[in-house]
Design a protein around this ligand. Structure first.
Ligand code: AMP
Length: 360
């Protein structure tokens, strides 16, 4: 079976690494000459709106999936005429726009921060008056890793920030005084079967994920599964979906969903019976889902900007290096390490060892 992937970054690369043993081949559509998934399949180097290359991709593959959600709606609509596309155009339409996404959460009875659609400075002034400060202003689309958003702390921020973000449609959210951030990676098959990985506790720095620790029997697991299950059903979703939550007052508030494999699920490569990448491919290909059971205690640390010396990383027992083969650049995710240990005390110790390498 040949899978077409829109986007050829590290998520595409790890999909190919998981799918190759299943007998799958891959074609990546990505305009970047140095797309890091390219060595693992065919690289169609073209813009996402290039209909000749989209048609070529559709002719060559059995189905198409995505490694990022900001794919133009027209690209999805065009491809869908010729080849099955998972997840659906509707799932992408909702997940790529924070207003549609939060409105869906609200309709499904899933708690969120207070939020308002912002189309103008006047909208922002009114929304700040009702939601209050601090608050977070986020562009409705195209934001990632903390980009396209700003915390508003004082009235001075209210005056400047809408223009600073480009005077584009935004969402204002009440600032959540969370005690933690967790994410749930879920997978839903074509026949509707749904499985969930254990909740993951995430630590961010400057808006970028640094550390994910998979939990054992988290008290909010069932609640998170209930909320994610509602979304998956509503969207008749096929594939992996990640759901990010704020932990607050002993409950959960929904932050956002990602309609794809997710950075907070990278630990599953070594830390779960079947990884998020393999399960995404199983789901979209119509194969039975694999077990989401955690094997051992597991965590993932991102390498941002550069990968520490390979010999030092692999010298740590229980540590698995994933080097994305990308050029090193400040703020760019260039690799990660998965730790899988027998117990939490060992895991804690190994996290510190990897952190020491990152600190140099
Ligand atoms: P996002 O791109 O929406 O995931 O936001 C990136 C990070 O900003 C989150 O992981 C949080 O740490 C922080 N953040 C986003 N929205 C809020 C909010 N409403 N209240 C507090 N912190 C937030």
């Amino acid at each position: 079976m040949k899978i077409g992937v829109i986007g050829g970054g590290q998520l595409g690369r790890m999909l190919a690494l998981a799918g190759t043993p299943l007998g799958m081949n891959f074609a990546f559509l990505d305009p970047a000459p140095d797309a890091c998934a390219a060595p693992l399949g065919e690289h169609l180097r073209a813009d996402y709106g290039d209909q000749n290359h989209l048609r070529q991709l559709a002719d060559e593959v059995d189905l198409v999936t995505f490694e990022f959600e900001s794919v133009p709606a027209e690209t999805v609509a065009f491809l869908s005429q010729f080849v099955p596309v998972y997840p659906s155009a509707e799932a992408l339409r909702i997940a790529r726009d924070r207003w549609f996404e939060k409105s869906m959460f609200k309709d499904l009875g899933i708690p969120t921060p207070a939020f308002a659609d912002i189309q103008s400075q006047a909208d922002l002034d009114n929304a700040v008056a009702s939601i209050g400060l601090p608050a977070v202003l986020k562009t409705r689309t195209l934001g990632y890793d903390g980009k396209g958003q700003k915390v508003l702390r004082s009235q001075a921020d209210v005056v400047d920030t809408f223009a600073e973000l480009g005077s584009v449609p935004c969402l204002l959210e009440g600032f959540v005084p969370f005690s933690g951030e967790v994410s749930l990676v879920a997978v839903r098959a074509r026949d509707g079967e749904t499985r969930f990985y254990p909740l993951v506790h995430n630590t961010h720095e400057s808006g970028i994920l640094r550390l994910s620790v998979a939990s054992s029997e988290h008290p909010l697991q069932a609640l998170a599964e209930d909320y994610a299950g509602r979304v998956l059903e509503k969207l008749d979703y096929v594939g992996v979906l990640a759901f990010e939550f704020f932990e607050v007052d002993g409950g959960l508030k929904a932050n956002e969903i990602a309609p794809r494999v997710h950075n907070s699920g990278h630990w599953t490569i070594e830390g779960a019976e079947c990884s998020q990448f393999e399960n995404h491919l199983r789901a979209v290909a119509g194969l039975p889902l694999g077990s989401t059971r955690k094997v051992g205690e597991s965590a993932m640390l991102n390498f941002i900007g550069e990968v520490p010396a390979v010999d030092k990383v692999v010298a740590i027992d229980d540590c698995h290096l994933h080097h994305y083969g990308k050029a090193f650049k400040v703020g760019r995710k260039v690799g990660h390490a998965t730790l899988r240990c027998a117990d939490t005390a060992t895991l804690e110790q190994k996290i510190q060892q990897v952190e020491a390498l990152i600190a140099g």
